[in-house]
Ligand binder design. Structure first.
Ligand code: IPE
Ligand code: IPE
Ligand code: MG
Length: 250
């Protein structure tokens, strides 16, 4: 197999010093992928799992520290019941099936979102996987499930307000750092790069606070077709960006 085909090592045209530490991904387009092939939407979700697994491995191979994937939004409950139920069952099945491999590859998995609203059996599987992988030292893999940024920000406001009410902190103590610690993403570094597949130019309620200075890359490719070469292109594009953070060059 040629180097270009395998892409196991970091491609030579990427600068190892400028690899994003945290990559986030909006895995969009599963339904369209399936529809274009005459399949029901759920087949697209199933294929989407394979794309996520290979992206996780690729991030690990190429030295990315954190991968955060948007799996289910707070707005996705508005989809037909059978699709929502399929997704919940899929998450649980995949999580159970992949745990052994995540342990072998030292992956630390964590879920971000309002987990209490998920089916009990999925919550139990989530808790088990997080506990089992808690001390793993490899890539940090976050799965945003029943995640909505507005809901996350409100949740943070409420917990901070309650600490003030109990006299644990003062209003003057509230700053960006404290606020950030109260988000579901907690102590995690903010994403350097957010990739959205299937061409939509929006955040869809994903990481609104955390993406204040993150770079956005949108590709028309549908999520199940997103592979190492696509990721390579995203990183090449990212490495050409001039991240100014509001400043100017001297
Ligand atoms: C993303 O693909 C997966 C989830 C939101 C769970 P979609 O299901 O949104 O696929 P499209 O956008 O309808 O093609
Ligand atoms: C965003 O995709 C949510 C996930 C990928 C989980 P959507 O398909 O739900 O977003 P919209 O509806 O196109 O904004
Ligand atoms: Mg979509």
């Amino acid at each position: 197999m040629s180097v270009k085909q395998s892409l196991v090592e970091l491609p030579l045209d990427l600068d190892r010093q400028r690899i994003p530490r945290h990559v986030a991904v909006i895995m969009d387009g599963n339904g369209r992928w399936a529809k274009s092939r005459g399949f029901p939407r759920i087949i697209g979700h199933q294929k989407g799992v394979d794309a996520l697994k290979s992206l996780l491995r690729c991030c690990d191979d190429w030295g990315i520290e954190v991968l955060t994937a948007y799996a289910f939004s707070t707005e996705n409950w508005g989809r037909p019941t059978h699709e929502v139920e399929f997704l919940m069952t899929l998450f649980e099945r995949v999580l159970r099936k992949e745990l052994e491999e995540m342990m072998a590859e030292d992956v630390k998995i964590r879920f971000v979102g309002d987990l209490k609203a998920l089916p009990d059996s999925l919550q139990a599987q989530i808790a088990y996987s997080m506990e089992k992988t808690a001390n793993n030292k490899g890539i940090q893999f976050n799965v945003a499930t029943n995640y909505g940024s507005r809901q996350e920000i409100l949740h943070a406001c409420k917990s901070i307000a309650s600490e003030v009410q109990q006299g644990k902190i003062r209003v003057e103590d509230i700053n960006e750092e404290l606020f950030e610690r109260n988000l579901y993403t907690g102590e995690l570094i903010n994403p350097d790069l957010l990739i959205r597949t299937s061409g939509e130019m929006r955040l869809s309620n994903f990481l609104l606070w955390q993406m204040a200075y993150g770079e956005i890359y949108v590709t028309p490719t549908l999520w199940p077709d997103f592979d190492r070469e696509e990721f390579h292109q995203a990183l090449l594009n990212y490495q050409q960006r001039d991240r100014r953070f509001g400043k100017i060059k001297h």
